[in-house]
Design a protein around this ligand. Sequence first.
Ligand SMILES: [Zn+2]
Length: 246
Amino acid sequence: METTERAARKSFIVIINMIAWMILITATGLGTIHFHECPVQPKLPVYMTVIGATGLLSLLLMYLRNTLDDCPLARFCTAFILMLCVFIVCWFIAGTYWIYSIYPPNSDSTRTGNHFAELVAKCLQAQEMAYCPYSGFPVGAAILTTGGAIITGCNVENASYGLTVCAERTAIQRAVAEGYRRFTAIAVTCDIKDSFVGPCGACRQVLMEFGTEWDVYLTKPDGTYKKTSLRELLPLAFTPAHLQKI
Ligand SMILES: [Zn+2]
């Protein structure tokens, strides 16, 4: 009778443990995705699945071990559970370090407001660097990262016209090459004085690759600007999130 009671108590403890682990794993996953908002990172689900699957396997083994008397299989289960726990801890530390190194927490998203004047000034400066001997149409762009860094770009033309790269895409490519992948705003400018001009369709799609919440500052040569958003410029857009639905 006592043995039955003890076994029941053990099973109860294991079940409580399993529930706690499942809540912890789910909360960690949701928290990571929420804080890092990284829809373009395809490896994140793999990272979370390994943690979840390993955690569940260790819990099942724990349950199995608790239903067994002391025997070689029970001892094997104990050793295997310990190994899995060590693996989970290492995987968690390495994975967390990896995520944070790519996607610093978005704690400074409100800084856009303090940086827009500098952003507009930087896009005007970048325009001066444009290489546009064929069109004579210089364009400047400056993008703001979530951490407050500003990366600039200008259009770079080519004698083979189709190889020309717009200022917005030059800025994005520079930013990604320097390790930035999360942005809050972009300012663009060209020589047209009587209206606000937006990025071309290709650039809008490229911006959408790195987030849907961009503020866009369309800037005239005199520094006046009109604020809009990428959602407004590219409604019903195709985004990386759509590829994850298939
Ligand atoms: Zn463009």
